[in-house]
Design a protein around this ligand. Structure first.
Ligand code: GLN
Length: 481
C-alpha cells in the first residue's frame, strides 16, 4: 500500500471518506516524512507539528459524528513563507523580517482554513520571491529531491521540493514571473499560476503587484483544480481580484485548438527538453486536439519587460521595510541611518540589486527610456496573446529551457539565472493562466510541459493537463524519491 504521505489530495479524500485512515494518521505520516528528510532538502523553514495535529484531530472529530467531508478537509498542505498565517512567523526567507509574526490570515489561508485544510508549516523560498533557484534564501538553499546536488528551481523551491518528496500532499506558492511553474517543472510536480485577478493577493507579501499571483504545487492536475477551486475569488482587500467566475465544466481535449508558439523553441534550449515537450504536444494531437504553429512576435521583449517592471515595482513595494514598521531594526543617530543600516543588514544581495535597478528605471531621465518603454512593450506582448487566442484555445510550450542545474552553477551570474525564466514570464506580463505538468525526463530529471490559457481559462488548461496526465506514462515512470 502507498504510504499516506504519498497520496494525492483526491486519493486521501477518498480514504478519509471511507474511513480507511484518520486525518491525524495522514498528518502524522507527513510530519514523520518531514522529520526524516527535511535536513537533507531544507524545504521547510518551520513545521507546525502541534497545531497541524490539533487541526487534524478536529476534522477527525467531525468525521466521526458523520459530518460531510469536503475535498480539502483534513488535507495536509505546506505554505510558502511569503503568505501570512495568523499567529505564525512569516519572513519571505529574509533576515529583515526576522521575528515578524503575521497578524492576520491571508485570504487564501482563511479560505483553506474554512475548507478544513491542515497547515504543516512554512516553506523555504528565494528572499522575497526573487530568484529561480531558492539559493537566495537567508536560511540556506533548498535541495532538489531528485538529486540533492541540484537546485529545485525557485522561488517557490521549498514548496515544490516538499510536494515532490511527499512531505505534504500539496503546497501554496506565488508566481510573479514563473516561481510556481518553474520549480514545479524542475521537481516533477504540477504548478498552476492562475489568471491575474482570479485569486486575492491579500496577505501575500507584495513583490511586483501587477504580476504577483498565488498558485498551487500539487502531485496531479486534478489536485490543482481542487486547490484552485478553494482559493479562487476576490475580496475587498485586493481591488484587482474579481469574484470567482470560472465555469467548472471539464473540457474535452477532442476538438480543442492547441497553438505551439514558434518563438518558444529557441536556440540554446536543451535538445532533450525540446524533444519531450514536442512529444507531449503530439500526444495532445493523438487525443484529438488540432495542433497549429502560431507566432507571438513580441516574445523577445517579454524577459526585458519583466525585469524592468518587476524591479520598478519591487523598489516601491520594499520601501516599507524601513526598520520602523516591520521586523528587524538597526540603531542609528538619525532616521536615515536607521533606514540605511536596517536595509543593508536585512536584505540579501539579489534583493538589493533589484531595488537599485528598480529605483534607477523609475528615476528622472530614465523613466521614459525604461519604465515607460517597458509598459508600452508590455501592451505589445499582451496583444500578441489576445490575437493568438482568437485562433487557438490554448498554447503548449516548454516551461523551462533546461532541467535542474547544480547548486552554485548560476548563482554568481544573475543574467544567466534570469534567462531561465524566459518561457514563464510572458504569462505574468500578459496576466494569463498557465500550468506546468511533467512530460518526461532527461538523465532521470523531470521536464515540464507548459500550457497557457485565455484569461480566466483555467478550466481549459487544467482539463487538458488532467487528460494528458491520464495518457502519459510519466506517473508510471516516476521513481519513489
Ligand atoms: N525567477 C523570477 C525572478 O527571479 C520569478 C520570480 C517569481 O515568480 N516570484 O524574478
Amino acid at each position: 500500500m502507498t504510504a499516506l504521505n504519498e497520496l494525492t489530495i483526491r486519493q486521501a479524500h477518498n480514504g478519509l471518506v471511507k474511513k480507511e485512515f484518520t486525518c491525524l494518521e495522514l498528518a502524522r505520516a507527513c510530519l514523520a516524512r518531514i522529520d526524516g528528510t527535511n535536513d537533507d532538502f531544507n524545504a521547510f523553514l518551520e513545521v507546525f507539528a502541534d497545531e497541524a495535529s490539533e487541526q487534524a484531530r478536529r476534522v477527525d472529530a467531525k468525521i466521526i459524528i458523520g459530518g460531510e467531508v469536503g475535498p480539502l478537509e483534513g488535507i495536509p498542505l505546506a505554505v510558502k513563507d511569503n503568505i501570512l498565517i495568523r499567529g505564525k512567523r512569516s519572513s519571505s526567507a529574509s533576515k529583515i523580517l526576522e521575528g515578524y509574526v503575521a497578524p492576520y490570515d491571508a485570504f487564501v489561508i482563511a479560505k483553506l482554513r474554512a475548507a478544513g485544510a491542515v497547515f504543516l508549516g512554512r516553506t523555504n523560498m528565494d528572499e522575497f520571491a526573487m530568484g529561480s533557484s531558492t539559493e537566495n534564501s537567508a536560511y540556506g538553499p533548498t535541495k532538489n529531491p531528485w538529486n540533492p546536488k541540484l537546485v529545485p528551481g525557485g522561488s517557490s523551491g521549498g514548496s515544490a521540493a516538499a510536494v515532490a518528496a511527499d512531505m505534504c500532499l500539496a503546497a501554496l506558492g506565488s508566481d510573479t514571473g514563473g516561481s510556481v511553474r518553474q520549480p514545479a517543472a524542475l521537481c516533477g510536480v504540477v504548478g498552476l499560476k492562475p489568471t491575474y485577478g482570479s485569486v486575492s493577493r491579500n496577505g501575500l507579501m507584495a513583490m511586483a503587484s501587477s504580476l504577483d499571483q498565488i498558485g498551487s504545487l500539487t502531485k496531479t492536475a486534478a489536485d490543482a483544480r481542487i486547490v484552485f477551486k478553494a482559493i479562487a475569488g476576490g475580496d475587498h482587500w485586493d481591488s484587482t481580484a474579481v469574484p470567482d467566475r470560472h465555469n467548472r465544466e471539464k473540457t474535452d481535449v477532442k476538438g480543442l485548438r492547441v497553438g505551439v508558439p514558434k518563438e518558444f523553441f529557441i536556440e540554446g534550449m536543451d535538445a532533450e527538453v525540446e524533444k519531450a515537450v514536442r512529444e507531449g504536444i503530439s500526444r495532445l494531437g493523438e487525443m484529438g486536439a488540432t495542433i497549429k504553429e502560431v507566432s507571438l512576435p513580441h516574445s523577445d521583449f517579454a524577459l526585458a519587460v519583466y525585469y524592468i517592471l518587476m524591479a520598478a515595482e519591487v523598489s516601491s513595494n520594499l520601501a516599507r521595510f524601513d526598520g520602523v514598521r516591520y521586523g528587524r531594526r538597526e540603531a542609528g543617530d538619525i532616521l536615515r541611518e536607521v533606514y540605511g543600516r536596517t536595509r543593508a543588514a536585512g536584505f540579501g544581495a539579489e534583493v538589493r540589486r533589484r531595488i537599485m535597478l528598480g529605483t534607477h528605471v523609475l528615476s528622472t531621465g530614465y523613466y521614459d527610456a525604461y519604465y515607460k518603454k517597458a509598459q508600452q512593450a508590455r501592451t505589445l506582448v499582451r496583444n500578441d496573446f489576445s490575437r493568438v487566442f482568437e485562433e487557438v484555445d490554448l498554447l503548449a510550450a516548454p516551461t523551462t529551457p533546461t532541467v535542474a542545474w547544480p547548486i552554485g552553477e548560476k548563482f554568481e551570474d544573475p543574467l544567466t539565472m534570469y534567462l531561465s525564466d524566459i518561457y514563464t514570464v510572458s504569462a505574468n506580463v500578459a496576466g494569463i493562466p498557465a500550468v506546468s505538468v511533467p512530460c518526461g525526463f532527461k538523465d532521470g530529471l523531470p521536464i515540464g510541459l507548459h500550457l497557457l490559457g485565455r484569461p480566466f481559462g483555467e478550466e481549459t488548461i487544467l482539463s487538458v493537463a488532467e487528460s494528458y496526465e491520464q495518457v502519459s506514462d510519466w506517473l508510471k515512470e516516476k521513481p519513489a524519491l
